[in-house]
Design a binder for this molecule. Structure first.
Ligand SMILES: *Cc1c(COP(=O)(O)O)cnc(C)c1O
Length: 452
């Protein structure tokens, strides 16, 4: 079996899969899920031809997917994958580079460095910021908060990387009451405690109330959010960053998807001021629409990120004079994520990226207007890409969500918003067209009326 035949078959199957999405139900059928049971067989004694392996993967795996790569998946906050990014992923898989170290992957390191510079430019963040290419916003939050922990303790005369947290001066962490669970998890991993955080009350859109901030000092990390996972709202950056910087606190932004608003001129005011923060967690697999898994940790103080992440001396780790990718991430060996980010940004350009973000926001506004006109209650101010809708009482809303998922035209998830059950629509994919929005809206209204 030659590489060529196998990879051409894989590419053809992948293209067939993507071509099937416009007409396929978004959720897999019961038969598709049943077929997965055949996988439960003993570890084979002998080799199988790779082409046969690939064919089984396609026959059983492709139908058992959620069609989140298509234009009618609106669950969680999940982007599709841009054509250039999927293609880059395929090529980079063939390269099989260990992108952690420049001597092992000079090309990947160069693409990554350029991707970092372009990202900072696209989002109007400080050009001198350092960045690490990690698995997603959870690890981006972890990485940024490790840098914050290092920097604040270093200013207090304590080297946390060398001496750990036992006996260290205490740090305070302030978060909004609707902080993403991944920030809280990262704080736990860092020894800063999941429950030790000070929670600031939030307003009707889930934004931290700046007037309720506790006193801050130079041993406080303040975590704000750009893009509430329910409403899409951004915390009041200006007020919080003034308070943080007057007191010497560290300001971290969890901007997994919301930071991308900065790339679209009409939406950028929603996140104005984020550039004044000290660190930023960003997802690329959400709104930049690159394949999983891909996030970026960005830190104004490059030295703090480097001091908290660089692996330290090892005789066999040959480091040159250029930026070493593994000096900025928890991982040592890893895949070449920066290549896909580079490909996505290169294919979009500034106008294409702005258009991707803006289009998703416009689609979200169409959903909100259409559902409102049909008599259903939109619960949030739809300023970004997120819509929360109630179809009546909680039980009815839950039945409608189940009905919509079973109908298969589109897929939306449920949430509880300020005590009420709601359906959450997140428009985060380049692949969503106006026709997708119309078809999905019609299906939502049809199912909701049938449930009534
Ligand atoms: C999605 C999300 C995260 C977690 O990101 P992962 O990529 O799933 O690790 C963190 N914060 C916010 C605001 C998010 O939307």
């Amino acid at each position: 079996m030659t590489h060529r035949k196998l990879l051409q078959t894989a590419a053809a199957l992948a293209a067939d899969y993507l071509d099937s999405l416009p007409t396929r139900a978004v959720a897999p059928t019961v038969a598709a899920l049943d077929s997965l049971r055949a996988l439960d067989r003993p570890f084979p004694e002998r080799p199988t031809d790779p082409l046969a392996v690939l064919r089984e993967l396609d026959a059983r795996g492709s139908p058992a997917t959620i069609a989140s790569a298509g234009g009618r998946f609106f669950g969680f906050v999940v982007g599709g994958s841009l054509p250039a990014a999927v293609a880059a992923n395929v090529l980079a898989a063939a390269w099989d580079q260990n992108a952690g170290i420049t001597v092992l992957a000079p090309g990947a390191a160069a693409f990554e460095a350029v991707a970092l510079r372009w990202l900072l430019e696209a989002l109007h963040l400080p050009p001198q910021a350092a960045g690490g290419f990690v698995t997603g916003a959870t690890m981006a939050n972890f990485t940024c908060l490790a840098a914050a922990r290092y920097a604040l303790l270093e200013r207090s005369g304590w080297d946390v990387e060398a001496d750990g947290l036992f006996g260290a001066p205490p740090l305070t962490v302030v978060v909004g009451d609707e902080v993403h669970v991944s920030v809280v998890k990262a704080l736990g991993l860092l020894g800063l405690g999941r429950s030790r955080v000070v929670r600031v009350p939030t307003d009707g859109q889930g934004r931290m109330r700046a007037d309720r901030l506790p006193p801050l000092d130079s041993r406080t990390i303040v975590c704000i959010q750009a893009g509430n996972v329910n409403t899409g709202a951004c915390d009041p950056v200006g007020e919080v960053s003034r308070a943080a910087h007057e007191s010497g606190a560290w300001l971290h932004v969890d901007g997994a998807f919301g930071l991308w608003a900065g790339a679209a001129p009409a939406r950028a005011p929603l996140v104005a001021g984020v550039e004044d923060a000290d660190s930023w967690a960003l997802d690329a697999h959400k709104w930049l629409n690159v394949p999983y898994d891909s996030g970026v940790a960005l830190c104004r103080d490059a030295a703090a990120l480097w001091r908290s992440m660089a692996p330290g001396p090892a005789a066999y780790l040959v480091h040159g004079s250029t930026r070493e990718p593994d000096d900025y991430t928890p991982e040592l060996s890893r895949r070449a994520r920066g290549v896909e980010i580079w490909a996505a940004l290169a294919s979009l350009g500034r106008t294409g990226l702005a258009d991707l973000v803006e289009r998703c926001c416009r689609h979200a506004a169409c959903f909100a207007a259409g559902l409102d006109a049909a008599g259903y209650e939109v619960l949030n101010d739809v300023t970004l890409n997120q819509v929360l809708v109630s179809f009546g009482d909680d039980a009815k809303t839950r039945r409608v969500i189940e009905g919509i998922q079973a109908d298969g035209t589109c897929w939306c998830g449920g949430t509880v918003w300020h005590g009420r059950a709601a359906m959450r629509i997140s428009v985060s994919s380049w692949a969503t067209t106006e026709d997708d929005v119309e078809r999905s809206l019609a299906a939502m209204i049809r199912v909701a009326r049938a449930v009534a």
